[in-house]
Ligand binder design. Sequence first.
Ligand SMILES: [Zn+2]
Length: 391
Amino acid sequence: MLKEKVCNYIDEIKDLLFEVSKEIHENPELNFEEYKASKLLAKKLEEANFKVKLGVADLETAIYAQHPNITEGKTVAILAEYDALPEIGHGCGHNLIATASLGASLALGKFKEEIPGKLIFMGTPAEEGGGGKIFMIEAGLFKDVDAAMMFHPSATLNMAGRGGLAVTTVRMEFFGKTAHASSEPEKGINALDGVVQAYNAISALRQHITSDARIHGVITDGGVKPNIVPDYAAAIYYVRALDDNYCQELVQKVHNCAKGAALSTGSELKFEIVGHSYKSRNVNKTLGNAFLENLKSLGVPIHPIPVGKGLGSSDIGNVSHEVPTIHPYLGISEKEINGHSRDFAKAAISEYGYKQMLNAAKALAMTAIDVFTDEKLVAEMNKEFQETRTK
Ligand SMILES: [Zn+2]
């Protein structure tokens, strides 16, 4: 059976996958600077005869690698992340994402003659805030994709179908007028007061938003010396919600808080959205269930999605409104650990973490085979996608 052959091949190349995973882990690279990781992945794909483009969508570290054996059928994109976090390195375990996707792609490539369709490995930089996938969507790289898939490490839970929040980053800057803070304070306009009043107004707003939403910010500039009335102050906020439209409504409300603060202090306000907004996560349940079935066939236990727990945000959200997408989780630790932590980074090179990475690679490859070969599943997947996507 094809699925069995593909899984056996992933076991055969496990040392290669461990090595690549370890090397990426030992050389953590931040947003858009993943030069070593992207080069290493591109090299491994090239060695397996993939047609590799390193540097696409104006991103030097993005990869678009296509298996040359193309036959009539569906197009499956297997996505890889490989960026790290400042100070804690691979505290989100993206080294395991990269090699699970590499393993799945190499195994599918190995037996491509037996599988109809088009296979693409997409290396997507800067998940941690840079939104590499959004650049790749805008470059049209997802236009012909029928299904996109990747796995993400979790602490302990194996699950599919967990959502994510839309997030928009805003910057507010207040411009005032300097004056001697003691001898002539009446001549100054205090920009810091603008930021502080906006901060307090937003804190009051927080009581009156839905419980899924999150508004959290930091003051980045607050003046230079107490005896100078600050003429410049600024803050950055993340505004998040489950619903994309509600997220934008909250951005407006945050803007109003800032406007009110500017009016009451007499300062000038500059309010802007920073970078790309991440959309909510529209994970495809039909395809997610196929992934879980494949995972079960490997003897991996499945856990329910915890209810009432906080959610994060990812640029996979934007992909999930473009094409049917899955972003399932596999636990990489046997005991509870925090996400974005040094413990998580340690788990990302642990024996158990590697074992789960291999399971993820196998389940991804098997789910891709489902998309290539199971018309009924694809029809259901597409129906769900049309009903759930927002444009
Ligand atoms: Zn992550």
